[in-house]
Ligand binder design. Sequence first.
Ligand SMILES: [Zn+2]
Length: 354
Amino acid sequence: MKLALVSHRAFEEMHVPEVTRPWMEAFENPSRIKLTREYLKNSGLLENPDLELFECKPATREDILRVHSPYLLDVVSELSGLGYGEVGSSSFVVKDTFNAACLSAGGAILAVQQVREGEAETAFALIRPPGHHAGIGHSEGMCYFNNCAVAVRWLQEKEKVKRVLILDLDAHACDGTSQIFYSDPTVFCLSFHEYGMETIERGWLEEIGSGEGKGYNINVPLPLGTWGKTYLWAFEQIFPEIIRDYKPEFLVVSFGFDTHYSDPVGNMNLQAEDYAQLTRIILQLAKEVCKGKTTFILEGGYSLLALPLSIAAVISTILGTETKYYDKIPQPEKIPKIVKNVTEEIQNLKKQYL
Ligand SMILES: [Zn+2]
């Protein structure tokens, strides 16, 4: 099997935002998964013989506590019991939020498990709510438990995986994931994200990890409005070298599609074809460095027009099939000076700390 697609029908019903647009929180809703699944079905990808669909089960208390504080787990659980509340900035709770968050983390675990045990070459966790803003003791930004971190700690404890590279391609910095692994050299955190909004306080170049983890956290801040060509250029300057140097046993890609130009939350200018190209590069490098062991975990992506198409681009690239891109727009060729400066700065940091 080439691809294990891990999801659950419950994601299409659970954890419904109690606010309406234009509240940002309203964008993380069941339609994201429902429309994506329909699009994958209608485009014939779900019938591909190299794809198998798996239904996940909730992560256990023990799984969540490998990453998060018991207090956070209890607060999310208790507020869900009450049916309302906010556990962190932009992290509202409704009656089934706790169950949805556990199911989402369970999906990430099942996805890495399929790849680790050799059942699938690659896995994609089609899950929600997302996870990468959730830190050890806090929920934030529509994330409750850090799905990716829960899956990585599961790999380390249950499967004795020693080194994992987390590649975060959401529009926003993976501040929660970085915090969790900040002083841990066994997990390398590499994040490409938009930068330039006053409200964004984390994801700086200088945040390189601490203690034994110094040098194992790399942020690639890119200007708002960065186009796919520029993003891919920066990606190719940085990712291949880091994965080859670090030599992880396993690669986990926290893939957010809020970098799409039509996304209402993110501020970048990527399109579906760019996601396909990123996937090609990732798979090729993973094959070279870690026997292809790669799991993709869904983070953000809130344009209901773009998200299904973007995920289809990744999945069809994994399967090696053609797909149509309905979102093609022309983009400039020139790489901005500021992006060249960022990549140079990262090369300097690498020389200094790696
Ligand atoms: Zn995001």
